[in-house]
Design a protein around this ligand. Sequence first.
Ligand code: ATP
Length: 236
Amino acid sequence: MLLELEDLVVAYGRIEALHGISLGIEEGEIVALIGANGAGKTTTMRAISGLRAAQQGRIRLQGRDITRMRADQRVVSGISQAPEGRGIFPGMTVEENLDLGCYTRKDAAGIAQDRARVFDLFPRLAERRKQLGGTMSGGEQQMLTIGRALMARPKVLLLDEPSMGLAPMLIQQIFAIIAEINTQGTTILLVEQNAQQALSLAHRAYVLETGSIVRTGTGAELLADPTVQEAYLGVA
Ligand code: ATP
């Protein structure tokens, strides 16, 4: 397993948001995490990236226990998150925002290669490299967030609601780009409310309900599962 969560418990004060979840991601996979509002999807991402401490359980990256590792060290170790709601720096240019994604790296040649990769994936960012992040459209900011996370050259990329707030055409485009990033060799954990799209794209998926994993299977299996269809795919 590239990334493994074992019986992970995360609480906000006295309120437990994750009640001991276990999941695994193999190298090369796209794994989706779906669930309703408040199910704990973002909390799971924050626990993996180290922004929220785990009360119990273990997180392992390539077999190494990283449960207590600091967030910035996790980035160096290969975990990079594109957070929900964009979170770019509005007063900095596109290029400067991208550079922030790799501030821990020293390999100039590798960084140049990754910048070229990001501009190749997102030509819009290349066209607007000198534009201030805050003046970019919502969709462009979403691309910038993903691009910035890629600049750390992650082993596993955490994408939190990449389709949120985007027009339908742009949603298709973002999902196509996610597939391309994966084809190029990056493992992906994808959190999505857009269950139809996420399950169509993912190799495997987990369904999270009020802090517990209630189902898992291949994307195709869950798309065909009547319970999942009723709860998450709007099929009566
Ligand atoms: P959404 O799709 O709405 O973003 P989610 O599945 O990502 O939902 P989380 O944001 O992980 O869900 O929230 C899980 C639970 O933890 C919710 O009950 C939420 O109210 C609670 N929670 C999240 N953040 C905090 C916080 N900072 N303080 C207290 N409770 C929180």
